[in-house]
Ligand binder design. Sequence first.
Ligand SMILES: Nc1ncnc2c1ncn2[C@@H]1O[C@H](COP(=O)(O)OP(=O)(O)OP(=O)(O)O)[C@@H](O)[C@H]1O
Ligand SMILES: O=C(CO)[C@H](O)[C@H](O)COP(=O)(O)O
Length: 312
Amino acid sequence: MGRPIILGIVGDSAAGKTTLTRGIAQVLGPENVTVICTDDYHRYDRQQRAEIGITALHPDCNHLDIMQQHLSLLRTGQPILKPVYSHKTGTFEPPQYIRPTKFVIIEGLLGYSTRVAREAYDVKVYLAPPEPLRAQWKVKRDTQKRGYTPEEVLAELEKREPDSESFIRPQRQWSDIVVSFYSPSDDVDDGNGHLNVRLVLRPTIPHPDFTSILNLTDGNSDSAIRLGLDRDMSKPVDVLEVDGHATLEQVSKLEHILCSDMPYLLNVCDREVNPELGKVAGTTGETLQSYPLALTQLIITYHMLKATQMYQ
Ligand SMILES: Nc1ncnc2c1ncn2[C@@H]1O[C@H](COP(=O)(O)OP(=O)(O)OP(=O)(O)O)[C@@H](O)[C@H]1O
Ligand SMILES: O=C(CO)[C@H](O)[C@H](O)COP(=O)(O)O
């Protein structure tokens, strides 16, 4: 084996990083994937942050120098002694010895914030749901799983906004793919399992040839799957959109395009073999199936596998 292939998944708190990561890790085989959350590189524990009056989003609140050192080591296949931050207790636990496997997924808040860190990745994804949807996701997740009240979560979001603007959102510019799930209507409560996805595909990595989608849809702007040209942060990009109500037949055609130059993915597209693909936690803890999420996970996996052809 050559060096590990490294995927970055960066975005604000509750932007969907863990949800996206889970399906990709399952497809690549959990035994082949090392997942690292950069929250472990927080410099201060929860109580210290409150005393100092700093948010977890501020670069000064994180050991970014150690994070980038570790990324460089992982890229060359070397082990790291990683700190561990517990969201349960808000404190640090003993460090963990980690030897990278074939694939490494780095997910977190500030993964693209230094040049050295950015150089470590093969594929860089940035998650950018609309802010009202992210707030809804964060309230639900932090009340159900992290023991906060809705009022505490909303107050925290407000406190963090200046740091989100200054340090988190600018990282979008460094990504190869920007992923935005969004509600098909103005109502963010409208069908969480049937959210649409908008994928901004920058020409910084070679994407699959999706132009045959144009033939499939006849350029029809009402189609459930659309490909177009746009600008993102003033740079020209391709944009692929998949609606939450796309049918299995429509989605399968897109999967076929992906699989045609990546035979390993044929097996992956089999939903019975990969039940985590497209799975998302609903508002009351139930599990929902999202085709837009499944396709997003497949496209990212495609890029990971392409990278193995070059470096492994
Ligand atoms: N694609 C999606 N469709 C519907 N709901 C989603 C989607 N992605 C995430 N969510 C919802 O948002 C919640 C938060 O997502 P997740 O835990 O993946 O975020 P995160 O970015 O890993 O958060 P953090 O960095 O704070 O740990 C999930 O529990 C889920 O309910
Ligand atoms: O934005 C976050 C990323 O998950 C967390 O809120 C941050 O890591 C601080 O943790 P905690 O909420 O446990 O104090």
